[in-house]
Structures are given as structure tokens and as C-alpha cells.
Design a protein around this ligand. Sequence first.
Ligand SMILES: C[S@@+](CC[C@H](N)C(=O)[O-])C[C@H]1O[C@@H](n2cnc3c(N)ncnc32)[C@H](O)[C@@H]1O
Length: 211
Amino acid sequence: MTSGQRARVLAAHNVSRETASALDIYVEQLARWQNVKNLVGPATLSEVWHRHVADALQLLSLAPTANSWVDLGSGAGIPGLILAIAGRERQDFHVALVESNARKCAFLTETARLTRAPVTVHNGRIEAVIGKLAGADIVCARALAPLTQLLSWTEPLLKSGTVGLFPKGRDAAVELTDADREWTFARDLIPSRTDSQARIVRVTSLSRVDS
Ligand SMILES: C[S@@+](CC[C@H](N)C(=O)[O-])C[C@H]1O[C@@H](n2cnc3c(N)ncnc32)[C@H](O)[C@@H]1O
């Protein structure tokens, strides 16, 4: 089942043979480490190419010229490490991965080494690390926190020109309504290519409602 998925995902994203091999290493590493540490929902492993690889790769097409990315709460490197593997043939492409769990950071560091992915792994809390990440083109975060919390964490970046790309499930509209109580921001709701109910929220021009 995964070989059909793999072929479809690689064809849809026009991935080179070398990058495909590096993505294979990522998928193998994920399965190996899953035995030690639950990195992703166990039920999603049989659909890893669709649920995780393709879900991450779709962000690249939303910001095709962005070279500097930040991924908050990277977990097993979704989307950040997958993006770095796909972007590793591009000059100056780099992803900062922020993750508080040391075991997950060990997975990220080892898998980035094996795949030669251009990442910096920040093993720490977002609140402590975000100040060092100013100037990024894109900040993203999947399955981390409600939009209001994401905006609060990323305020320093989004106020100085970084674009937010936040994959959200079917509750995106509710999260936007909540966020509108605290924040003013421009947004696009982009349909996900991997889940017809899901949306990617693109955020720019952030300010606080009372500022
Ligand atoms: C539900 S997982 C999602 C992981 C990945 N983004 C994905 O989509 O599969 C959330 C991750 O964020 C990390 N995390 C939660 N709060 C954090 C914080 N304040 N700073 C850094 N990492 C955090 C957790 O350790 C966990 O690995």
C-alpha cells in the first residue's frame, strides 16, 4: 500500500531521485524510532507518505521562493524536517526546528545527519527560542496549539514580515473566530491537498486588537 502512495507523492511533487532516497531514509527512521518513542500516531504509519510527507510538502508550493523556514513543535519533523529534505538541493535553504522534547530532538538530529537536511535543531521551549529566529521568511507549525496561541508565540516574527503557514483541521473557522478577539491580521484559507476538510491558514500583517 505504501509503495503506491510513495510513487504518487513523489510524482506530484516532482522530487529528484536523490531527494526521494533521502525521503525513504526519513520514512525508515520514523518506523525504526517509532518502536522506541511514539513519534506519530501509530495508525498513521501505514499512510506515512500521504498523511505526513505529502502533508508537509504542500507547504513548499505555497512559498516557492522562501529559503528560511522555522517549524515550531516539530515532533518527528513534520513539516520542518521533511521540508528541509525536499529543499536540500537549493542553495541557502534552511529550516530551524524547535522542539522541547529531548528524545524527539535526538531523532531530528540523527535523521537530518543521515539525510543531509539543512536544519538547526533547537532543543527548547518556543518561548525561550523564538527571539533568536527573527528574519525567517516562513514560520509554520502543525498540530501544536490553537491559532491564538500560535499568533502569540510568533508575534515578533509576524510583525516583522515573516509569513505564518499553519495547517489546521476542520476547526480552522472556529480558531479564526477566537483569534479575531485578540488579533488583527490578514489571512488566506487555503484548502489542504491531503484532507478535503482541512485548511492551511496563511497569516500576514499581525497586530494586537488593542494596539
Ligand atoms: C502534537 S505534536 C506535533 C508534532 C508535529 N508538528 C506533527 O505535526 O506531527 C506537538 C509537539 O510540540 C512540542 N511542543 C509542545 N509545546 C512546546 C513548546 N512550548 N516548545 C517547544 N515544543 C513544544 C511537543 O513536544 C510535541 O513534540
